[in-house]
Design a protein around this ligand. Structure first.
Ligand code: RNT
Ligand code: ZN
Length: 418
């Protein structure tokens, strides 16, 4: 049977439940995923005075062929994007600026250092998002940045964050879609603190200074990302969930929830509905923690499906900015992007192909038997046939055939890199 025939048969099964599959696919096309550039080079970036990766995060593996220049990274991203259905966004970090071999301090970065990225985004019809980089730098060597006891160090990072918001606003203006600037800092202690409050007061003041600079929300939106622990900050992280949730609600910023930044049995899918009652927008870093915040490639597991369901059934596609955050250096990096992003899209499609209103009513009626039965039966509905048709319709490889393209790209391009 052909993809078309499979699709027609599958479609009928979903239509029995009142699901308009054509409409679902139209809608899915318009959901952008913000693809993180840093999977392509193991979070190295292009700074002239590069430092080792720090900040309590870690990349393991040494798969050959990682991008070491902006053109290589863009070419790898283009390859991945050609295998992912839909129009998406690319998420940059400040360390991915281009300074022509010149050492430009992070607090001196300007829009011009990201001109090539903007031109490339225009050519490829992509939106861009941004992150100041508050790690892998001598001024963050002791693990502190915006909450540092030394004012001159704090001020440096405050200037960097303000410069970053201006760069993001330039993206937003040039590309006609607001950029999201997400602040994540590593600040925390390895061992039990004798004072948890003072660093948090300092972080609050630093954020106030950063956001005192007004930037049109038409061009830039601000998010803050919390964390539970990092390598070297096991006992205490200044920017905890409660800290940023309070800050974001009070100051009208977006909370960014990274799926690897909570206790092992705590899930982001359960936070979305609660937080959206109190703020208009949310942002996500979809990742996959394996035993710790390991940033494994996102797979279509129960939690990813649940995240998709929460966004879709609560009509929150316009309220939740979906970004990815994983970095695996043990497999082909173009494949890593492709697998993770395709899975994120699959989870949204799965959710859209679920009779959500009917299932909500079952719960209201106390019919938990049918609720569970249907949830389980839908797992084996012909979802794959709809997904395959969607890929074909969007002009990207169907099923695992994308892997052939990654292999050819590896032979022709990646394996030639030193
Ligand atoms: C770290 C945070 C942060 C980084 C990126 C590179 O734990 O998740 O988002 O992964 O900024
Ligand atoms: Zn993250």
């Amino acid at each position: 049977m052909s993809i078309q025939e499979d699709y027609q048969t599958a479609k009928k099964q979903y239509e029995k439940w009142g699901i308009n599959v054509e409409e679902v696919l139209e809608k899915l096309q318009d959901v952008p995923i913000s693809i993180h550039c840093w999977q392509g080079d193991d979070v190295v970036g292009f700074e002239t005075n590069q430092q080792e990766l720090s900040g309590g995060i870690d990349v393991t593996g040494n798969y050959p062929g990682k991008a070491t220049t902006p053109d290589e990274l863009r070419s790898d991203l283009e390859k991945a994007l050609s295998l992912i259905p839909g129009k998406h966004r690319v998420n940059l970090h400040a360390i991915y600026g281009e300074t022509n071999g010149e050492v430009v301090e992070r607090d001196q970065l300007e829009p011009k250092h990201f001109e090539n990225w903007v031109n490339w985004a225009k050519e490829n019809e992509l939106g861009l998002d941004f992150n100041p980089t508050l790690f892998s730098h001598e001024k963050s060597d002791d693990g502190f940045t915006l909450a540092h006891p030394d004012k001159s160090i704090r001020d440096f990072w405050i200037r960097h964050c303000i410069a970053s918001r201006k760069i993001a606003a330039y993206f937003g203006k040039e590309l006609g879609t607001p950029a999201l600037t997400n602040i994540w800092i590593p600040d925390g202690y390895k061992d039990i603190p004798s004072d948890r409050l003072t660093p948090r007061k300092r972080l609050k003041e630093s954020l106030d200074e950063i956001y005192a600079v007004e930037i049109d929300e038409k061009y830039n939106e601000d998010a803050v990302e919390s964390k539970l622990f990092g390598i070297g900050s096991e006992a205490y992280v200044v920017g905890s969930h409660e800290f940023y949730m309070g800050y974001a609600l009070k100051n009208n910023k977006l909370c960014l929830l990274d799926t690897g930044h909570y206790h092992p049995t705590e899930v982001v899918s359960n936070k979305i509905s609660a937080m959206l009652l109190y703020s208009d927008k949310l942002a996500l870093h979809v990742s996959r923690p394996v035993r710790w915040d390991s940033d494994h490639v996102v797979i279509l597991d129960d939690e990813l499906r649940e995240i998709g369901l929460e966004i879709v059934r609560n009509d929150a596609l316009d309220k939740v900015s979906i970004g990815l955050d994983f970095f695996d250096a043990s497999i082909n990096r173009v494949a890593a992007w492709t697998i993770g992003t395709r899975n994120m899209i699959k989870s949204l499609l799965y959710a859209m192909l679920t009779p959500n209103e009917y299932m909500k009513q079952l719960q209201e009626d106390g019919n938990f038997t049918e609720r569970l039965a249907l949830m389980e039966e839908f797992k084996t509905y012909p979802f794959g046939a709809i997904w395959n048709y969607y890929c074909e319709k969007m002009g990207v490889p169907v099923g695992e055939t994308w892997l052939d393209e990654v292999k050819s790209y590896e032979d022709a391009v990646l394996s030639k890199r030193i």
